[in-house]
Design a protein around this ligand. Structure first.
Ligand SMILES: Cc1cc2nc3c(=O)[nH]c(=O)nc-3n(C[C@H](O)[C@H](O)[C@H](O)COP(=O)(O)O)c2cc1C
Length: 286
């Protein structure tokens, strides 16, 4: 499956782009409306993009009354990304979404790099959400933790159905002339090409640590990138920053992936799944 990364596509303003994916994932929704951070919230770097959007969203009430009915009209699988500042906030939103059949799955944005025990915090959030909904739960994790495999196992043990890997990493960009931070909140989330090796390592580690299906993301720009995520152990791939530069990337990435599979002698994407764990070289056509 090809998905968008949360926050990287507005399906209501670009429905055709959304429909070119297999699943649309919403921007993270929180219990209360949030304005997010003051501008400037986006900065370019040589290796990717920095954003400090800060979970700007209308809050769960308006999401359910206004956005959800419109998103349902897309008539495609819909994952709602959910965020909060405590486990009970995640649970509250999950229970609100539980009765909405147009919601296929819930992605828990548990990418909390600054907590003392990421595994324990993740377990608490997933366990609370698990009690609040019957929907499949995907735990979206940050790679900025001491032991990601431990966090992934904690998510699995607490009842997650899958993992989304990875969220942005903290970065800083300085204005060329003034040498002051380019973003108003100083630091922001780094996304794009710089993330790919980190994300591949995360997928690889979590594939070994758990049995959970993984959505891999982080700097995917091409079919070759998608193939690498599959080879590292991702069942699904999400496009993020690339969607801003190239709204046609879903169709392009699919076509390139097919060509890559063929060039490597794989009949389909399942043949390439987790192949990087085999310890043997794949048959590569030149
Ligand atoms: C502008 C922007 C907004 C984002 N908003 C969210 C969000 O609301 N929730 C979330 O879980 N991730 C969010 N992300 C992170 C992406 O979903 C993704 O994990 C990350 O960008 C890595 O993928 P990429 O390198 O392909 O962009 C955002 C990323 C960007 C660039």
């Amino acid at each position: 499956m090809l998905l968008n990364a949360s926050g990287c596509l507005d399906a209501l303003t670009a429905p055709d782009v959304a429909r070119s994916l297999d699943v649309f994932v919403t921007k993270t929704v929180t219990p209360e409306p949030r304005d997010g951070n003051a501008p400037v919230r986006i900065a370019e770097t040589d290796v990717g993009m920095l954003n400090s959007i800060g979970l700007a969203n209308p809050g769960i009430d308006r999401f359910i009354t206004r956005a959800l009915p419109q998103l349902a009209r897309l008539d495609m699988p819909l994952w709602v990304s959910v965020g909060g500042f405590a486990a009970d906030e995640y649970a509250e939103i999950c229970s609100r979404l539980d009765d909405h059949e147009e919601v296929t799955a819930i992605e828990l944005n548990v990418s909390c790099p600054n907590v003392e025990s990421p595994a324990q915090t993740t377990a608490q959030i997933v366990a609370s959400a698990r009690l609040a909904t019957r929907k499949p739960l995907w735990a979206k994790l940050s790679a900025a933790v001491p032991d990601l495999a431990e966090v992934a196992r904690a998510a699995q043990d607490a009842g997650a159905d899958g993992l989304s890997l990875i969220n942005t990493l903290r970065g800083l960009a300085l204005d060329e002339r003034t040498l002051q931070p380019s973003l108003r909140p100083v630091v922001g989330g780094l996304s794009g090409p710089a993330l790919k090796p980190v994300a591949l390592a995360a997928v690889y580690a979590c594939r070994r640590a758990t049995d959970l299906p993984i959505v891999g993301m982080g700097g995917v720009q091409s079919g070759r990138d998608a193939l690498e995520f599959v080879a590292a152990g991702a069942r699904h791939v999400a496009l993020g920053t690339i969607l801003f530069a190239d709204p046609d990337s879903p169709a392009r990435v699919r076509a390139e992936l097919d060509a890559e599979l063929q060039a490597h002698g794989y009949a389909n994407v399942d043949d390439a799944y987790a192949i990087a764990h085999d310890g043997s070289l794949s048959t590569t056509a030149t």
